[in-house]
Design a protein around this ligand. Structure first.
Ligand code: F6R
Length: 237
């Protein structure tokens, strides 16, 4: 793992964009694995700005998102499909047919999605306070592929900010790429910001790989770049 510690969220987003740019420059047909949430917002803003400046086109780019809630409409303002359109897709020249966000509540839907994911050039990840990546929660076997997940109380609590601060409104399940799916990517870029991620970051980087911290599986990947701000890095030795 290569670990970069940046002063704050802005500097972290600049660094993440540098890593993303290299992948866009080095591949004729880049396949981007994408994440939602607060962590990548700064990176997506930089990708949009860079596109508007005419530096990169997304005509030959294909994307696969990590996850989506079960039980909310695709066009719900809180769906990850809506998030991706609002933060990235509608601002760039990507062909909507080349963007993929999982959807569904069955094992068949999960398998069908997993089968489509091929040759990911870079997989972008955030990390949950409990160490989850995608929505692969603690206890998920490392060999799991895209699957239906019961969200933990910790994740529901963390995400209620998007649902009127009401845990009862947060979906209780998600469809998510598994750790084995994520590990197939050529390169992984994980972003973490804020003190509430510091324990999970420490377990990911300094702990033994264990299913209790799904992100610790990344220690077994050959090309992982971790970009942290100082707060998220504050518990590293
Ligand atoms: C989102 C995802 C999640 C988030 C994680 C951190 O697609 O897969 O694993 O990356 O929950 O969320 P934020 O960035 O909002 O702190």
């Amino acid at each position: 793992m290569k670990v970069f510690i940046e002063k704050d969220y802005d500097a972290l987003s600049d660094k993440a964009f540098e890593v993303m740019k290299e992948v866009l420059d080095e591949n004729d047909h880049p396949v981007l694995g994408l994440a939602t949430g607060s962590s990548p917002e700064g990176l997506y803003a930089r990708m949009v700005e860079d596109y508007k400046e005419g530096n990169h086109s997304y005509k030959d780019v294909v994307t696969f998102n990590l996850d989506e809630y079960v039980g909310i409409d695709r066009n719900d303002p809180q769906s990850y499909y809506t998030f991706m359109n609002d933060h990235l897709f509608k601002h760039i020249d990507i062909d909507p047919a080349n963007t993929h966000v999982p959807y569904g509540s069955t094992d068949e839907a999960a398998k069908e999605y997993d089968d489509q994911i091929k040759s990911v050039s870079i997989q972008l990840l955030g990390i949950g306070r409990n160490g989850h990546i995608g929505f692969s929660e603690p206890g998920t076997p490392f060999d799991e592929r895209t699957h239906i997940v019961d969200l933990t109380d910790s994740t529901i609590e963390a995400n209620k900010r998007f649902f009127d601060n009401d845990v009862n409104k947060v979906p209780k399940q998600a469809i998510s790429q598994g750790i084995a799916t994520i590990m197939d990517a050529d390169k992984i870029l994980l972003i973490a910001s804020g003190a509430d991620k510091a324990d999970a970051v420490k377990a990911m980087i300094e702990g033994e790989p264990t299913i209790e911290c799904p992100a610790s599986a990344l220690q077994n990947h050959k090309d992982v770049v971790v970009v942290l701000d100082e707060a998220a890095a504050s518990k590293l030795t």
